[in-house]
Design a protein around this ligand. Structure first.
Ligand code: NAD
Length: 501
């Protein structure tokens, strides 16, 4: 049975004896154990990062970029191995795992441009023979705390940019699927990254709390659920750190009557059930503006009935199991709740057939098939709470305005989409909706690496989104230098406030 340990100062480290179990979600069996860091383990990782930081900060931009280029090539060469590790512990199908690696690699490719990204500004002659220029410098030791649903991509939103900017990085991955982090650590070493610049501490709240309070950790990036995001933001900032903490989501797709309903149905099924709905940008609510509801639901049902549910390593599978038994049971509990709240259970995912098994509810492993609830009452728990599984709710609305009000009235503001052929309506939507990432006839509008990713409201605490220019900003501190080289015109004491001359 495998044992996943920490990666500190360029080597695997076993650390404290506390461990947790890792499961194969497709069978429900324990597949290994993961080390759970103690305070001393985290302190060892921080000490290694502190020691390694000065030399890496001083490494030239070109040298840093060259390490990133090599890392990019190694990650690409190992993408299948990485995807297989993800699929075995998360449950998502192999092609989906490859997709997350590809999207993560785009951030590495963006960070390869660090010599350009860190260019400052220069103004000659801001006062007589005085010049001013701005530079950005790394903040020091930074930490990334990441969720189970993208064990490669979400860390890759953070560490390529943090490291390219000259920082030392400590990753605390999800304890549910920890293996990807160790392969990435080995590839960093092979790429020539100095020991101590990329470290991994496995674990839970013990490790997170130590990172949030350690005085040598200067910045924390977090992605996970809203209650923990809020806690991380409040604890980290009260200990003097800069924090960006991305939280949960409940993403709505607004379908106007003029939309192409085949396109909408394809999009709703892909975005609702891809990765078993365990994506922070998944669509979980379809707002069908009258009169499209009945026709759209029929088209969704037709598509869902053709989906193949099965283990992530079976090439025929389009949707895998959920990550844990506890999570599957929580998601499944929303089916009966929805019915009790007045919704109609059109497709019951407990009844779905699983490749190589029987009905989802009776097959060993953490299975729940795609589920469709129609006529979900606006404001009900099924409509408003993050379910984070393959449960798609259809809420019927009478107008664009009613739909917009439901989106803007929600707790979250991560992603949303409008489907219409009316450019004016789409333009109005992008302006009026209170959500950070908006799709127009695009159901999962994840920004490219050179833009920044982040939601509004309870989907993000802090004011900086991840990757893109905001990522570079988050992992660096600005400095403005005003310089005057002595010349004959200097001289004289002046107690007045410096003004241009
Ligand atoms: P989670 O909040 O349970 O865990 C996230 C991280 O926090 C993990 O590393 C975990 O070990 C740690 N953690 C858990 N409980 C903790 C506690 N009490 N104290 C300190 N640390 C703790 O989230 P998850 O279940 O792993 O991931 C799913 C959630 O992440 C969903 O809510 C999803 O919407 C969200 N998510 C958001 C985004 C985004 O970009 N906004 C992206 C991916 C996932």
């Amino acid at each position: 049975m495998k044992f996943v340990n920490h990666w500190i100062n360029g080597s695997p480290v076993d650390g404290d004896s506390r461990t947790a179990e890792i499961f194969n979600p497709a069978t429900g069996e324990v597949s290994g154990k993961v080390a759970m860091a103690s305070v001393a383990d985290v302190d060892a990782a921080v000490a290694a990062a502190v020691a390694a930081f000065p030399a890496w900060r001083d490494a030239s931009l070109v040298k840093r970029a060259q390490v990133l280029f090599r890392f990019r090539e190694l990650m690409y060469a190992h993408r299948d191995e990485l995807a297989a590790l993800i699929s075995a512990e998360h449950g998502k199908v192999h092609s989906d795992a490859l997709g997350e690696v590809a999207r993560g690699l785009e951030v590495v490719e963006f960070a390869c441009g660090i010599p350009h990204l860190l260019k400052g500004g220069f103004s000659e002659g801001v006062s007589t023979r005085v010049d001013s220029y701005s530079i950005r410098q790394p903040v020091g030791v930074v930490a990334g705390i990441t969720p189970f649903n993208f064990p490669a991509m979400v860390p890759m939103w953070m560490y390529p940019i943090a490291i390219a900017c000259g920082n030392a990085f400590i990753l605390k991955p999800s304890e549910k699927d920890p293996s990807a982090s160790m392969l990435m650590a080995r590839l960093w070493k092979e790429a020539g990254l100095p020991d101590g610049i990329f470290n991994v501490v496995q674990g839970d709240k013990v490790a997170v709390d130590r990172l949030l309070t350690h005085e040598d950790v200067k910045a924390v990036s977090f992605v996970g659920s809203t209650p923990i995001a809020r806690y991380v933001y409040e604890t980290g900032t009260s200990h003097g750190k800069r924090v960006q903490a991305l939280g949960g989501a409940k993403n709505h797709m607004l379908v106007l009557p003029d939309a192409d309903l085949d396109l909408v149905a394809d999009a709703a099924v892909s975005a609702g059930f891809g990765s078993a709905g365990e994506r922070c940008m998944a669509i979980s609510v379809v707002l069908a503006v009258d009169p499209v509801g009945d026709e759209l639901v029929a088209k969704i049902v037709e598509r869902v009935s053709k989906l193949t549910i099965g283990p992530g390593d079976d090439a025929r599978s389009e949707m895998g199991p959920l990550v844990t038994e506890v999570h599957r049971d929580k998601v499944a509990s929303y089916l009966d709740l929805g019915v009790s709240e007045g919704a109609k259970l059109v497709i019951d995912g407990r009844e779905s057939a699983v490749l190589g098994g029987g009905k989802a509810a009776e097959t060993p492993g953490f299975w729940l098939g795609p589920t469709l609830l129609d006529h979900v009452p606006a404001g009900s728990r099924v409509h408003t709470e993050e379910i984070f599984g393959p449960v798609l709710s259809v809420v019927r609305v009478s107008s664009y305005e009613e739909g917009l009000e439901l989106i803007n009235g929600g707790e979250y503001g991560n992603g949303t989409a409008i489907f219409t052929n009316d450019g004016g309506a789409a333009r109005r939507f992008q302006n009026e909706v209170e959500v950070g990432m908006v799709g127009i006839n695009v159901p999962i509008p994840v920004p490219m690496a050179f833009y920044s990713f982040g939601g509004w409201k309870a989907s993000l605490f802090g004011d900086t989104h991840v990757h893109g220019a905001e990522g570079v900003h988050f992992y660096t501190r600005g400095k403005v230098v005003t310089s005057r080289w002595l010349d004959p015109s200097h001289g004289g004491v002046n107690l007045g406030f410096p003004t241009n001359k």
